[in-house]
Design a protein around this ligand. Sequence first.
Ligand SMILES: Nc1ncnc2c1ncn2[C@@H]1O[C@H](COP(=O)(O)OP(=O)(O)OP(=O)(O)O)[C@@H](O)[C@H]1O
Ligand SMILES: [Mg+2]
Length: 244
Amino acid sequence: MSGGMKMYGKHRLPGRLFIVEGIDGSGKSTQLMLLQKWLVSEGYVTSFSEWNSSPLVRDVTKRGKKKQMLTPMTFSLIHATDFADRIEHGIIPPLKAGAVVLADRYIYTAFARDVVRGVSPKWVRDLYAFAVKPTVAFYFRTPLDVAMKRILGGRDAIKYYEAGMDIGLSDDIEESFRLFQSRIIDEYEKMVDEFGLVAIDATRSIEEQQTEVRKIVSEALTGTKKSKVRRWLDLASLAKGSRK
Ligand SMILES: Nc1ncnc2c1ncn2[C@@H]1O[C@H](COP(=O)(O)OP(=O)(O)OP(=O)(O)O)[C@@H](O)[C@H]1O
Ligand SMILES: [Mg+2]
């Protein structure tokens, strides 16, 4: 087995991987959910994966966060462990089966956050070298004030880590959020060229963005299989139609 862990770098798996990135409140989850609904209605087999969701390390991270005892590097390693588990169990198998995998945040989230927290850009990129390259990586480009308005409109408070309070930018949580997230934006902007992220103007309406996203996705879906159930449904509705 040549290449070891890097074997999936440029994957030749039959499925497709679409991922969304952007700061908190940029509208990633909204767009991904709409994309999934559309893909399902088009008959594709989809699978969904979320950043930081594996039960394996969720509890560890939670406890570490509470006690505020994690250094940026341990934080980074824990997330990478979580991601390794997720990619092996939740991303590679559906890609092998030819499914369309949708991921809400991906390795670029780690690259942005960990670098802002002081980890070396090269170190964190090497750490995630085993990751599958996405078919398309969307970046929802949003100015800070637009994102903040959306977040504050939708829920009560900014969370401690979301505001980067652990790195001591400011004692004021809103000010810290501004400083932290604008540094995250700087990192994302650098990655647009570095990784070919597809930037979407996320200040526009939900519908306008979704139209653009679907157009890009449908171009990348050529040759992707649809579910048998769907084909059966199509045949069934055809048969029904012919009976009229
Ligand atoms: N284009 C848009 N215009 C106005 N409001 C939007 C738009 N897109 C999303 N929203 C709203 O903004 C809020 C945040 O959106 P969403 O949860 O999709 O963001 P997110 O990028 O997933 O954030 P997080 O990183 O915190 O998960 C939601 O209340 C959503 O309804
Ligand atoms: Mg979200």
